[in-house]
Design a binder for this molecule. Structure first.
Ligand code: FES
Length: 164
């Protein structure tokens, strides 16, 4: 039986999305689409990467596997174990800290019954501590997926989570 190429793990949809990114860069710079490719593969797999998916992206972009592994393990936006439906990425850097992120974190932990790095038993929420997300003027803030929620208060947190 013929062995599958690693990139066969990527769905047609994922490949098409990666192709869009590849076209944004010069032909000899496929590597520039690596971070987007890993993110797309992660989305395909309900929010986390596996070693095989990382290898699939490397194969699809004709890159050494180690190059993709280095990127996937360096950046905090990639997950390496299953996560909940909603990943709440809470910034605790200086601006957010000065504007009350500690209280927001405590409130989230109590409300969800989990701490950073954990997922609720119903697999709905994962709580993650992240570095500055570039929304310092609207601190404290968190991101859920690609969406930013800013100037957080406990009431706002309730409202956001209740409406997901
Ligand atoms: S310090 Fe929190 S977004 Fe910059």
């Amino acid at each position: 039986m013929q062995e599958l190429k690693p990139s066969e793990l990527l769905s047609v949809d994922s490949k098409q999305k990666i192709d869009v990114w590849v076209k944004k860069f010069p032909q000899d710079r496929k590597q520039s689409a690596l971070l987007a490719g890993l993110f797309i593969a992660q989305e395909q797999n309900a929010g986390s990467l596996t070693k095989d998916l990382i290898a699939a992206v490397a194969d699809y972009l004709n890159l050494p596997k180690i190059t993709a592994e280095e990127a996937a393990t360096f950046y905090s936006m990639y997950e390496h174990k299953p996560i909940g439906k909603y990943k709440i990425s809470v910034c605790t850097n200086i601006s957010c800290m000065l504007c009350g992120s500690k209280d927001i974190v405590k409130y989230l932990e109590k409300k969800l019954g989990i701490t950073f790095g954990q997922t609720t038993l119903d697999n709905k929420f994962t709580l993650k501590e992240v570095e500055c997300l570039g929304a310092c003027t609207a601190a404290p803030m968190f991101a859920i997926g690609n969406k930013y929620y800013e100037n957080l208060t406990k009431d706002k947190v309730d409202n956001i989570l209740d409406n997901l």
